[in-house]
Design a binder for this molecule. Structure first.
Ligand SMILES: C[S@@+](CC[C@H](N)C(=O)[O-])C[C@H]1O[C@@H](n2cnc3c(N)ncnc32)[C@H](O)[C@@H]1O
Length: 215
């Protein structure tokens, strides 16, 4: 087993995280025991963060004590792996009540996942439930993805962010390359873009972007 990033491991070419809630499976993933520890296999076809890591992501802002604001948590597939990586809080913002219903029992077991039914477009609306934020991770299928991230970065003053851009949610007619360029342009006005990773073949027309606040 090789460590790829803090809390992320490569086991025979497949990614995994150490399970912070032994015995718990979140989306039917395989559990593997080694040296008295339990690892959850991390499916890159189900998680854009895993896809980005396998595609060679170099910057991982999520560390062992990071507090993460996770926008678009859905039922917690990726957020649960993030919650394995850090002992800090993972504030899981999700707008859909249906997704939230599935997320709630997971958050009851993974104690550092905080469920928040809220709209990422309005960062101030969930501020009473969120403490200090080190990293923002955003994966929301919306038209104005860069603006949503910028609003949250401004509001929570996070130093680092990861944004999964889904080109087809922004425009179904424009060439995804043009969409990516436009979204990156919006971020570059205020933040440094450290790297971009094309998520093919795991996700078509998706890009992971690492963003850092300027000092
Ligand atoms: C692609 S899914 C996220 C998958 C998840 N990040 C994962 O990897 O496990 C996008 C999620 O964003 C949510 N979403 C869309 N617009 C949102 C908004 N404005 N605020 C919060 N969540 C939103 C959707 O309901 C959906 O669950």
């Amino acid at each position: 087993m090789k460590q790829v990033f803090l809390g992320v491991y490569n086991l025979d070419g497949q990614l995994c995280t150490e399970n912070s809630a032994k015995g718990l499976r979140v989306y039917g993933e395989k559990l593997v025991k080694q040296n008295n520890r339990e690892y959850r296999m991390w499916d890159p076809f189900r998680s854009k963060l895993a896809a980005a890591i396998l595609k060679g992501l170099r910057n991982m802002p999520i560390r062992q004590d990071s507090n993460v604001l996770y926008l678009g948590a859905s039922t917690g597939t990726t957020a649960s792996h993030v919650a394995d990586m850090t002992k800090g809080f993972v504030y899981c913002v999700e707008v859909s009540q249906r997704m939230m219903r599935e997320l709630l029992p997971l958050c009851a077991v993974k104690k550092n996942m905080i469920p928040i039914l809220g709209d990422a477009k309005h960062p101030q609306s969930y501020a009473p439930l969120v403490g200090s934020v080190d990293v923002i991770y955003q994966d929301v299928a919306q038209k104005n993805q860069a603006e949503i991230l910028l609003r949250n970065l401004d509001y929570y003053q996070a130093k680092d962010a990861m944004l999964a851009i889904k080109a087809r949610s922004i425009s179904s007619v424009k060439d995804p390359k043009v969409v990516f360029k436009e979204e990156l342009g919006k971020l570059r006005g205020k933040y440094n873009v450290l790297e971009t990773v094309d998520l093919k073949p795991y996700d078509k027309d998706h890009m992971m972007v690492s963003v850092k606040a300027r000092k």
